[in-house]
Design a protein around this ligand. Structure first.
Ligand code: ADP
Length: 161
């Protein structure tokens, strides 16, 4: 059985992430979307909220599971018998960081964890969780960036501030 993990902050999930999830779910028998805990201390959404959003977004994809982890990805992968990580590449600016991360993971895991990259669908190449949060914080229209329920949660967050 071919399995992979798609790790990230997903704070919050955008259509760009969902595009990578859908496309990689077609390539693997099982895809685990794993939310990284504590990577960003100033995350807007709690891990529980981020997991729930991802579960809602992927409920029509039976081979996608949502989980969370803290610490090193290589340890999570080893515990779950996973040997492939999926990451998305938006632009050349993502490449250097992603290359370094994937080589580090490969080295630290003695070659047990490889990374594959999917390039973003062009219509999402400009999208990032941080820009979505910034636009939402100023009351801008983010309907093309995230599903309705994520937009609603973002509005709640910024109204209560
Ligand atoms: P991290 O903080 O770990 O980079 P993110 O949640 O921002 O986590 O992103 C997780 C992964 O999804 C990364 O590989 C990132 O490059 C990718 N990604 C983020 N936004 C998009 C997008 N709009 N299109 C394609 N891939 C994306």
């Amino acid at each position: 059985m071919k399995r992979a993990v798609y790790p990230g902050s997903f704070d919050p999930m955008t259509y760009g992430h969902l595009d990578i999830i859908r496309r990689s779910a077609e390539m693997f028998d099982e895809l685990i979307v794993a939310v990284l805990v504590n990577q960003q201390k100033n995350a807007l959404f709690s891990v529980d909220e981020r997991v729930k959003i991802l579960q809602e977004a992927t409920k029509d994809l039976p081979n996608v599971k949502v989980d969370f982890f803290s610490g090193l990805l290589i340890n999570y992968a080893a515990e779950h018998g996973l040997h492939v990580a999926v990451r998305g590449l938006r632009a050349i600016t993502d490449f250097e960081y992603e290359l370094q991360l994937s080589q580090t993971n490969r080295m630290l895991s003695d070659g047990a964890l490889d990374t594959i990259f999917l390039n973003t669908s062009l219509q999402y190449s400009y999208l990032s969780s941080s820009s979505v949060k910034e636009i939402a914080s100023f009351g801008g229209d983010i309907s093309q960036c995230v599903p309705d329920y994520v937009e609603a949660r973002l509005r709640e967050k910024f109204q209560s501030r």
